[in-house]
Design a protein around this ligand. Structure first.
Ligand code: ADP
Ligand code: MG
Length: 240
């Protein structure tokens, strides 16, 4: 479970997160929506300790992420992260890219790491691309490679930061399908997304961010069907 209490984050004097309280139980799929600049990415970075925080706490399975002495590497192995774009290693094949972290971070043997990589590439529908170099993959395939790479660490949680935003429209669906598959398999997921159909169909809950606060959090039915906050109503009418 991820437990966030009273989280405040500043960049200099700019307060970006203004007291976030959020609990994500195991197995939940949470989508985060909201305008650009509202603090969505920053929240994800605070969860996996890519950013420091100024007040409050983030706990992952009871471990205080920002406490002195926390094993950040062990923590990050639990938290798979997929960004808008990931620059894979161009001189390594898809298989080698995915096998890298199991080998280096988890200390797997070369053969074990290759088995894990092959399994996860198959998982994301790239079984026929094991020996291909990233430059020969489409944008959607590269994002699925990024998902496979995260999964190869056997994470307990997956954090997606606009994983489809940099893609041509015709490539979005294959990545969303992969994310949907993970959700169906029971993965705990936090998905920052602009894909409202995905948020509505796949999420257990949807959180609407507005200027550094969670202004509304509820079931997809409530968020999309009966939004309470004026800011959320306006946000939804602008994107429809
Ligand atoms: P979102 O992901 O919702 O678009 P972000 O979390 O990226 O929003 O950013 C929230 C705010 O924090 C924005 O005003 C952004 O300009 C600011 N910000 C983000 N990262 C930094 C940084 N490293 N230094 C200074 N300001 C930042
Ligand atoms: Mg962002």
């Amino acid at each position: 479970m991820i437990e966030i209490r009273g989280l405040e984050k500043y960049f200099g004097t700019l307060q970006v997160l203004k007291g976030i309280d959020l609990t994500v139980p195991k197995g939940e799929v949470l989508s985060i929506i909201g305008a650009s600049g509202s603090g969505k990415s920053t929240l994800l970075y605070c969860i996996n300790a890519l950013e420091e925080i100024q007040a409050g706490s983030v706990k992952v399975d009871g471990t205080d992420v920002h406490a002195k002495g926390t094993d950040i590497n062990a923590l990050r192995q639990k938290l798979g992260m997929v960004f808008q774009q990931w620059n894979s290693f161009p001189h390594l094949t898809a298989l080698e890219n995915v096998a890298l972290s199991p080998r280096i971070v988890k200390g797997k043997t070369k053969a074990e790491a290759r088995d894990i990589a092959a399994k996860q590439l198959e998982h994301v529908g790239l079984a026929d691309k094991l020996d291909v170099y990233p430059s020969a993959l489409s944008g959607g395939q590269q994002q699925r490679l990024a998902i496979a790479r995260a999964l190869a660490m056997e994470p307990e949680y997956m954090l997606f930061d606009e994983a489809t935003s940099a893609l041509d429209p015709e490539l979005v669906g294959e990545v969303l399908d992969t994310m949907r598959l993970l959700a169906e398999e029971g993965m705990t997921m936090i998905c920052v997304t602009h894909e409202m159909n995905f948020a509505r169909d796949v999420s257990d809950r949807v959180a609407f961010f507005h200027q550094g606060v969670i202004e509304e959090i509820d079931s997809p039915d409530k968020i999309f069907g009966a939004p309470k906050s004026e800011h959320l109503q306006k946000f939804l009418s602008n994107i429809r």
